[in-house]
Write a protein that binds this ligand. Sequence first.
Ligand code: SF4
Ligand code: SF4
Length: 182
Amino acid sequence: MIFGAFWAQILKALVSSGKPVPWSFVHSWRCVNCGRCCRRYVVELTADEWVQITRLYGFEVTIPSLGAHYLKKRADGSCIFLYRVGDRWLCGLQHLKPKSCKLWPFYLREKPVYGFPELAKYSYLGREFYVYADPYCRGLIWGQPSEELVKYLLPELVEIKLGRRDRQVFSTAPIARQIRWR
Ligand code: SF4
Ligand code: SF4
């Protein structure tokens, strides 16, 4: 139980500064398909991701830079795979979505790099992680962690991080769960 005036002030300061927030402050997360993250960030690909994506879509959807490969962006800054359906923005790369996109807006680190170790610590599968959420995401709801977050979302993120699972259930937008991607 971390809530109370003191922790509310800490949370407010973290969110307003844009710094990653320990998961203990997160009640739940649900993507609202605003597409902001897919415009703001540049996605770096692992070697395997780059091979799979370019095999299917060609080299032109990625750009090389300083020994790494990134997903290409359009002139307006959006990821080349972001597309609009009505008032929602969806990822067109669900079946080959890079791991960094799957984990967003959470960061799973092996050390408490953003501080507050006790609030960021999460143990699962015999491993210890320090989990933070990026307050830039509009789908985060702050408060006491919900059962869904602790029992389903965080374990799924760890399994994705460790390469034990690909399929997303709790760590993707509800609309993406309903669409058959292949
Ligand atoms: S993950 Fe967050 S920032 Fe990205 S589209 Fe969903 S709600 Fe918006
Ligand atoms: S691959 Fe999908 S989730 Fe990742 S930035 Fe592009 S559109 Fe967004």
